[in-house]
Design a protein around this ligand. Structure first.
Ligand code: NDP
Ligand code: 2IT
Length: 447
């Protein structure tokens, strides 16, 4: 897609200043492609160079993380925290531990987070962090030593009013525990609001574990409702089998759909009878196993090493593993096989070609910054509970999450309409998120 002529030089500057950071270029371009009509309506954003400023992180931190493995050998990883934008609140966004993590990946995630967090309507800025540390096959002790070393540097940049990390790929409740423990020890403060995704006994919120997957399915339910449809009897595919995927599967089943396949980086598991969520939780959450272990224990399931999930017939697809996992060719196949709705549980899982294919075919397409905002929204609810030293029930917190996802859906839907692209949730999310941040940037002066 061509960019508005005012935005061409902005994008050229992004690619020139951030060489080689292809995922960041992709994420920035996707947002800029939606903003042409916004600049036409709001010349003040151009005068204040709001878009140029938004594309440059407020602060980028890169640090060494030395630690010792179980054999006493010294290991060195690289840690990152990109504090992207804080006009709406403290930097907020997860930490990813995966060998593929580099500055460009963290920047793309941090950039998306700015608009996602704005869409939640809650007072949180955008940031992201992580490390190229690979937690797979590491012992609990190694994970703890790594987290302690990581926090020994990161702590000085954090604070409940400054920067509030949470989990992402490779970082769940166990890692947040070790990180929080080290933060508390170094600072001598029980500052609950400095991290979210904490355990329920020590400051965590009900529903945070489930929130991203549940939220994506609530968003899908709203998109289906806007078309006079529902989950009833629908067949779904959910990629990944981590935190987001597991709870997306659970909620689709609750709402009357059937998820027949999921995956991990080794391959896919196809289970016509519907994925047994309790068995999947047992294998993935408690045993830290693989989807092949699930298939070994489930007579109706078949494991295909290296298989491609998107070739299976379905009504609904929820890519929930990683960036660019669903290509243009996959999207064409999904459309041909009858897929009517897609929600990005992961961040940027669909390539630009895939997104274009879905939009051209009239598929209801929920982009990640809207569809997976339930996780960070519930993190903001956790911060709210920490600040008031309160804890809410599961039912109340889930109701709040459902309300937030409905509001995000409606704002994206209405904004898409207002800017002349009805039904285009990509434009709706980019424009609605951007305007909120842009107005605050103008109001706060040159920051
Ligand atoms: P988890 O670590 O719990 O699970 C990740 C899943 O995705 C695993 O099944 C993993 O397989 C697979 N995966 C990860 N990286 C790759 C890769 N490079 N290639 C193939 N498969 C991969 O992470 P989450 O479920 O938390 O996160 C999934 C996605 O959702 C990410 O894009 C994340 O940014 C996004 N997200 C997460 C939120 C949260 O609250 N947790 C909130 C919003 C978005 P394997 O085990 O084989 O690596
Ligand atoms: O991508 C995301 O929104 C997350 N990983 C959750 C961030 C958070 O702060 O809860």
């Amino acid at each position: 897609m061509v960019l508005d002529e005012k935005l061409e030089p902005v994008y050229a500057a992004v690619t020139a200043r951030n060489p080689g950071e292809t995922e960041f270029h992709q994420a920035a371009r996707e947002v800029l492609e939606s903003l042409g009509p916004v600049l036409a309506k709001h010349p003040e954003y151009n005068e204040h160079k709001v878009i140029e400023r938004i594309c440059e992180p407020e602060r980028q931190i890169i640090f060494r993380v030395p630690w010792q493995d179980d054999h006493g050998e010294v290991q060195i990883n690289r840690g990152f925290r990109v504090e992207f934008n804080s006009v709406l609140g403290p930097y907020k966004g997860g930490l990813r531990f995966h060998p593929s993590v580099n500055l460009g990946i963290v920047k793309f995630l941090g950039f998306e987070q700015i608009f996602k967090n704005a869409l939640t309507g809650l007072p949180i800025g955008g940031g992201k962090g992580g490390s190229d540390f690979d937690p797979k096959r590491r012992s609990d002790d190694e994970i703890m030593r790594f987290c302690q070393s990581f926090m020994t540097e990161l702590f000085r940049h954090l604070g409940e009013h400054t920067d509030v990390p949470a989990g992402d790929v490779g970082v769940g409740g166990r890692e947040i525990g070790y990180l929080f423990g080290q933060y508390k020890r170094i600072t001598n403060r029980y500052e609950s609001g400095v991290l979210t995704g904490k355990g329920l006994d020590w400051g965590g919120s009900q529903v945070r574990t489930e929130a991203t997957g549940f939220g994506a399915v609530f968003f899908l339910a709203e998109m289906l409702r806007a078309r006079g449809d529902s989950f009833d009897g629908k067949i779904a595919l959910v990629s990944g089998s981590g935190n987001v995927a597991i709870y997306a599967i659970e909620k689709i089943h609750d709402l009357g759909g059937r998820v027949v396949a999921c995956s991990d980086s080794d391959g896919i598991v196809h289970d016509e009878k519907g994925i047994d969520v309790e068995l999947l939780k047992q294998v993935k959450e408690r045993e830290r196993g693989r989807v092949s272990d699930y298939a070994d224990r489930r007579p109706t399931a078949e494991f295909v090493a290296g298989g491609n999930l998107w070739g299976l017939p379905c009504d609904i697809a929820v890519p929930s593993a990683t960036q660019n996992e669903l290509t243009g060719t996959d999207a064409e196949r999904l459309v041909r096989n009858g897929c009517i709705a897609v929600a990005e549980g992961a961040n940027m899982p669909c390539t630009p070609e895939a997104v274009r294919t879905f939009l051209a075919a009239g598929v209801a397409f929920g982009p990640g910054k809207a569809a997976n905002a339930g996780g960070v929204a519930t993190s903001a609810l956790e911060m709210q509970q920490n600040a008031s030293r309160d804890s809410w029930t599961f039912e109340y917190t889930e109701e709040r999450l459902a309300g937030i996802m409905r509001d995000i859906h409606d704002r994206c839907f209405e904004t898409a309409d207002e800017y002349g692209t009805p039904g285009n949730y990509v434009n709706g999310a980019n424009i609605a998120g951007f305007i909120k941040v842009a107005n605050a940037m103008v109001a706060l002066g040159l920051v």
